[in-house]
Design a protein around this ligand. Structure first.
Ligand code: DC
Length: 239
């Protein structure tokens, strides 16, 4: 009898697939990593994959505004994600990309690259392979995980927060000259990126109909983590 990797993975009793979506600055990464660590699940940051392919385009002289050029190059980089929530990693063609993918240049260009359909097809395939191979279950965070990448996820969470709260959290993460750019600039950049991510044609940032929406504006990170852990435990208990 042939068993697909996904079927085999879903047979492990504890295996659970959790999709966490939402715009930037809602605490998605911190929440997803902590929930995965607490429940012994793997963790995948899909934004890091889009950032990694963007970094490759920039490093290889591809004009990110030229969608055809980006599409043509989309199969070239070899992107590998390490899914340990305590130490997630990302490499591009074997080189550690965890630092370079967080630069302002990559942040400014990632929406254009991630809007290209060929890029999304390529990265979505990678994401599904990683989720299927995570036998103990996985927390996958992004923008289109519940709607497109893993529509059969056991639990879908959509995190939101006011633009002010999101900008304050993001500027708190920045250092040196980036922090000096200030809260207003951070808020404007973030709102602009969300608008681009929400309005693109191919799998935009969106809440799945069956996702649980959690507004984190007034919640501490600890409260958000506890809320999501409880939701996962409820799903497991209901099986
Ligand atoms: O979560 P992040 O800020 O690191 O994501 C970077 C960009 O990647 C974001 O602006 C939109 C894109 N992205 C996407 O299109 N789909 C995903 N599943 C995750 C991220």
């Amino acid at each position: 009898m042939s068993v697909t990797v996904e079927t085999a993975a879903r047979k492990t009793p504890a295996a659970v697939i959790v999709a966490i979506d939402g715009p930037s600055g809602t605490g998605k990464s911190s929440t997803s990593k902590a929930v995965a660590a607490k429940l012994g699940l793997s963790y995948l940051d899909t934004g890091a994959q889009y950032r990694a392919i963007t970094w490759w385009m920039i490093s290889n002289g591809v004009d990110v505004q030229d969608a055809a050029a980006v599409a043509n190059a989309s199969a070239k980089p070899d992107i590998v994600s390490g899914t340990d929530p305590a130490a997630p990693t990302i490499t591009v063609d074997g080189a550690d990309a965890s630092g370079p993918i967080r630069t302002q240049e990559v942040t400014a260009k990632v929406s254009a690259v991630s809007a290209v359909a060929e890029v999304r097809t390529r990265i979505t395939e990678l994401q599904r392979e990683i989720a299927a191979a995570a036998e103990g279950g996985i927390v996958v965070e992004g923008r289109d995980i519940g709607t497109t990448v893993l529509p059969d996820a056991d639990l879908k969470v959509f995190l939101t927060a006011s633009p002010e709260a999101r900008a304050a959290r993001r500027s708190g993460e920045l250092k040196g000259s980036q922090a000096a750019a200030g809260l207003a600039a951070t808020r404007d950049a973030l709102v602009k990126r969300d608008a681009a991510d929400s309005s693109r044609k191919t799998s935009p940032l969106a809440k799945a109909d069956d996702a649980v929406e959690v507004d984190t504006t007034e919640l501490t990170l600890q409260q958000v983590i506890e809320c999501v852990v409880t939701l996962v435990e409820e799903k497991r208990a209901a099986r």
